[in-house]
Design a protein around this ligand. Structure first.
Ligand SMILES: [Zn+2]
Length: 402
């Protein structure tokens, strides 16, 4: 009898574990199936993915917290070619669900659900257009978002309310999260912190998880060091600015973290498929993040810090400016220009949106920080050659700083 009872308990436990992983797999496989054609923002396939996520939010027992039920529509300009003068106006949809615990503060948990469609923009694929399924990027993050919603509903942590957001148009320029940060459906000053999951499906044999933004609050490293990480090795980076949606919240002075299992050869290619996702690893990451939230359940607020690398260099760079907007979503070599402000030094030198700055004077620019470093060497009225890549060609422009 006792043996029978133990077997029953064991079977029950196994079923629970299997079901946890099974639901993650169902969510990833559906979202990254050919049915959804790569979930490009502003297309019917993005709508279909949004409806699926809303139905899962409903099934879990969240309440709608968009502006039209579960959805928060927003307009953005789609430019498949960044050099083109005009773009196509499109409407994207964020999907927003709320778990109200009657607390004064709310934790925002987010993951983008859009991807590259047929690869007309942002793809690393060479050849005929093909469906970019985006299983790791970022069906995996959405599955983790749903997993966390389910856990926080069924094993409540009541110190905060929880707002779950599936963002759209991340791939095209963080448009969904920028829109939400500027048109929040809860008061932004009630947000305790924001957690972003973008590409969490490829936990490898070394079980290394990158956690970006650890410098945005002194609480992060201390808390990450004391929670059960399920044998996952956490590698932290400081900056609150990165190529994903947490940036939009960091820029509103909210502590953020971005969870990321790392870059791989299938990144932004049609080969980023569901059979390559590590589902057991994904379940562990969901549990790890739950453990982090649990460890902070009795703290209404954690302190916000501007990250060192950014604030220091930015302060230095403020002496002069080119009048260009950096593209925070760009993660290749150099600093890609998102927009050029008319009449400012960049525009006067002939700089164009889409240019990639690779050198300022003597400073080689590999990323946005080198760019700031480069600018910090000059004062108002100084001139410097700026090398940009435009359509693969190196062009030297002469800028006079203001
Ligand atoms: Zn992504």
């Amino acid at each position: 009898m006792r043996l029978f009872a133990s077997i029953l308990v064991l079977c029950f436990a196994l079923t629970l574990t299997a079901q946890d992983t099974l639901q993650l797999q169902v969510d990833v496989v559906y979202l990254s199936s050919n049915l959804l054609r790569g979930r490009e923002a502003g297309t019917p396939y993005e709508r279909q993915a949004a409806r699926y996520i809303a139905s899962r939010f409903e099934e879990i027992g969240l309440s709608p917290k968009g502006t039209e039920g579960w959805f928060q529509p927003f307009e953005f300009t789609y430019k498949p070619n960044p050099h083109s003068e005009t773009g196509e106006r499109r409407t994207g949809l964020n999907v927003v669900g709320y778990l109200d615990n009657g607390a004064p503060t709310t934790v925002v948990i987010g993951a983008h659900f859009d991807h590259l469609g047929m690869g007309h923009f942002g793809s690393r694929h060479v050849g005929e257009p093909a469906i970019h399924n985006g299983a790791d990027d970022n069906a995996s993050g959405v599955a983790a978002l749903l997993c966390l919603a389910e856990k926080l509903k069924n094993e409540p942590l009541t110190g905060h309310n929880y707002l779950f957001i599936a963002f759209s148009a991340e791939e095209l320029g963080l448009f969904g999260s920028k829109y939400f940060a500027n048109h929040p459906t809860i008061p932004l000053d009630s947000v305790a912190y924001m957690l972003n999951m973008d590409m969490v499906g490829r936990l490898n044999a070394e079980r290394k998880l990158v956690v970006n933004g650890a410098g945005t609050s002194p609480a992060w490293k201390e808390t990450l060091a004391r929670i059960d990480t399920l044998g996952i090795h956490i590698v932290t980076t400081e900056s609150g600015v990165g190529p994903s949606d947490h940036t939009s919240f960091y820029l509103k002075n909210i502590p953020v973290l971005h969870f990321f299992t790392g870059q791989h050869a299938d990144y932004h290619k049609p080969e980023d498929d569901s059979e390559l996702v590590n589902y057991a690893g994904l379940a562990d990451i969901c549990q790890l993040i739950y453990n982090l939230i649990a460890a902070l359940d009795d703290q209404p607020r954690i302190e916000f810090r501007k990250t060192k690398d950014e604030s220091e260099r930015k302060a230095a760079a403020f002496k002069v400016s080119l009048g260009v907007m950096p593209d925070y979503t760009y993660d290749g070599e150099g600093m890609r220009v998102d927009a050029v402000i008319d009449g400012r030094p960049g525009a006067k030198a002939g700089m164009q949106a889409g240019d990639i700055i690779v050198r300022i004077g003597d400073v080689e620019v590999h990323n946005i920080y080198d760019y700031m470093e480069g600018l910090s060497k000059y004062g108002k009225g100084d001139s410097a050659p700026i090398v940009v890549l435009r359509d693969g060609q190196k062009i030297t422009l002469q800028a006079t700083f203001e």
